[in-house]
Design a protein around this ligand. Structure first.
Ligand code: ZN
Length: 256
């Protein structure tokens, strides 16, 4: 039963509901909307067997209640009462086996975008919600630059080949910002060319992987001299450490 595929089901304008499926069953990550998921399950004659939720934002959990009306399945999510119907409230280091799939996930706490955000890591995959995007990171609604730095640092300790399934299709916009923050980084130009081709063909630019983020993500690369220099110049003061650089980049991007 270890054969499976991961398919993006589109929701809203740029969300992906990552759908882990085999010939019979499907598990969904961050079901912000039920209708496109139900349409996909019906078209593919799949039975929903689990829901995974990374954080409480409605565009990530808004479809859970409706999906549960059709399928009585476990819901794996953070310890946060703002998310209803979670049957397995998880924290850092806890593990679970995805029903009907030979996949074991471990939970990584990554508070920053929200204070209880978690990520799911297993079988060479990372589902990181709105914490990290290709060449970018989530906004700090409930956390600090220090927390985001710690979250990204944990992700960067995973094997380079780990496939990274992010919550949104933000790659092209992120690359535009990354080119300003990390000028002269040739890996960004390669990523831009690859991503543009995919978007022109209406294809997702995801999953990314850890090696790609190490090479292209300015929020990961905030210890690189070039990124420190650019962030310092933009902030108008010398930024000495990775956390200050990340904070300055986040603010710059919020206002750009
Ligand atoms: Zn969010």
């Amino acid at each position: 039963m270890s054969d499976y595929q991961v398919v993006p089901v589109k929701a809203f304008s740029d969300n992906y509901v990552w759908t882990i499926r085999n010939g019979k069953c499907a598990a969904v990550v961050d079901a912000g909307e039920a209708a496109p998921v139900l349409a996909y399950l019906t078209a593919e004659k799949l039975e929903l067997v689990a829901i995974l939720s990374t954080h409480h934002h409605n565009d990530h959990v808004g479809g859970n209640a409706e999906l549960l009306r059709h399928f009585k399945v476990p819901v794996y999510g953070p310890r946060d009462e703002r998310i209803d119907n979670v049957t397995h409230r998880l924290r850092e280091g806890e593990r679970f086996r995805l029903p009907h799939f030979d996949i074991e996930f471990e939970v990584i706490d990554c508070p920053a975008h929200t204070r209880t955000h978690i990520a799911f890591h297993g079988d060479g995959m990372l589902y990181c919600g709105d914490t990290m995007f290709a060449a970018g990171c989530g906004r700090l609604f409930e956390g600090t630059p220090q927390q985001m730095h710690e979250a990204l640092t944990k992700f960067m300790r995973l094997p380079d080949t780990t496939r990274v399934y992010c919550g949104h299709e933000y790659t092209m916009a992120n690359v535009r910002f990354a080119k300003a923050a990390d000028p002269g980084n040739a890996a960004l130009l390669e990523l831009e060319a690859r991503a543009k081709k995919l978007r022109d063909a209406n294809q997702p630019t995801l999953p990314s992987n850890i090696a790609q983020e190490k090479a292209t993500n300015p929020f990961v690369r905030c210890v690189e001299p070039g990124v420190i220099a650019t962030a310092s110049k933009h902030a108008g003061r010398a930024l000495a450490d990775a956390v200050s650089v990340l904070g300055a980049l986040r603010e710059w991007k919020n206002n750009s």
